[in-house]
Design a protein around this ligand. Sequence first.
Ligand code: NZQ
Ligand code: ZN
Length: 386
Amino acid sequence: MLNFEFKNPVKIIFGKGQIVKISQEIPENAKILLLYGGGSIKSNGIYDQVMSALKGFDVTEFGGIPANPEYEVLIQALKVIKDKQITYLLAVGGGSVIDGTKFLSAAALYQGEEPWDILKNKIRTDKGMPFGTVLTLPATGSEMNSGAVITRADTQEKFGMGGPGLFPEFSILDPLVVKSVPQRQLANGITDAFTHVLEQYMTYPAQAFLQDRFAEGIMQTLIEIAPRIQQDPSDYEVAANFMWCCTMALNGLIQKGVPTDWSVHAIGHELTALFGIDHARTLAIIVPRHYRYNFEQKKEKLAQYAERIWGIQEGTVDEKAGLAITRTESFFHSLGIDTMLSQYTDDYEGTAEKIEERFTERGWLGLGEHKSIKPGDVRQIVALSY
Ligand code: NZQ
Ligand code: ZN
């Protein structure tokens, strides 16, 4: 097991009817900016619950943060923060609204001229404006981590940011919100969380027995509940387990003491930036190609995963590992997720070369657990997905 430090300061308030507790978490004299997305919270009743919990508080609203939160839109929210002298941010939404709020938390206290530099130059945020979240969509884990991913439409870029100053102070996880989540987003949420676990597990054996079991437990639970949540998102017990799996998949715990990969995300973000493909779907496109291409480095963990997750006991390490990749792709298909780039766009020719070029320009010269995946390898992985 590798050395590690672990600190996660997010207060999780989990369960039915917990949104009302917002009022206990935000200072009474706060000037709050309530941030939300395209309006789903207005039709499913979450907005009303939040507003009634905030009775008596000084609240300004900013809606319209799009999926893959856009810098241009967030800059408008930043202006509101400055004009109204906001002191506290409250995100009510999925990963996009929460990530947008994290960017604003950082940008509100940023001293530099151009807030995009936080993303472009990977400036770590040690202190941000305090914020809390009400999660409406289990998927990203953003509600319990300190990272964010922001898109810039004019340059078709999507960059990550983060730092210890960007943990939410609290996150309210009420599984009742899941009942209004559309099928497409349920499939995305399962796929994203599943891939988060894979990125922190599918590397090489590190003698971290408990970490492996945590990771496997999340994957097994996601596989077990996937058909049930798709069939009935209003099943509270299933929704509760789905929500907790997604949070646990990326709150930092399972990555401690083990090597991590994250190439799938790095490549996937380019597919979202270039084609607007949903984040989770880009991962389903890249996972099988990446594991086939890097088979030799990953086959021992792939074989362990084959045995423990898919019950494949027969065959050699190579055979089990190969089957595990096939089963993973079939799992994505079972959710209704296509796994080839050509199923999302006709305009895929040249994508592999373009991504290779971008990674080279940015100096992203070694991805993966061994930092050995070069831009040329990325090109070949993407080309396999056409
Ligand atoms: O915008 P509204 O109207 O709210 O609708 C949203 C949006 O259209 C809808 N939705 C959310 N909750 C709902 C609901 N509809 C009905 N009922 C509800 N209860 O779902 C749509 C998608 O929302 P979005 O927030 O975009 O989805 P998700 O949570 O999957 O977030 C994706 C973003 O998070 C980033 C992704 O790159 C992407 O930009 N990620 C963030 C991570 C992090 N911070 O740790 C890690 C991830 O790997 C990921 O990169
Ligand atoms: Zn993800």
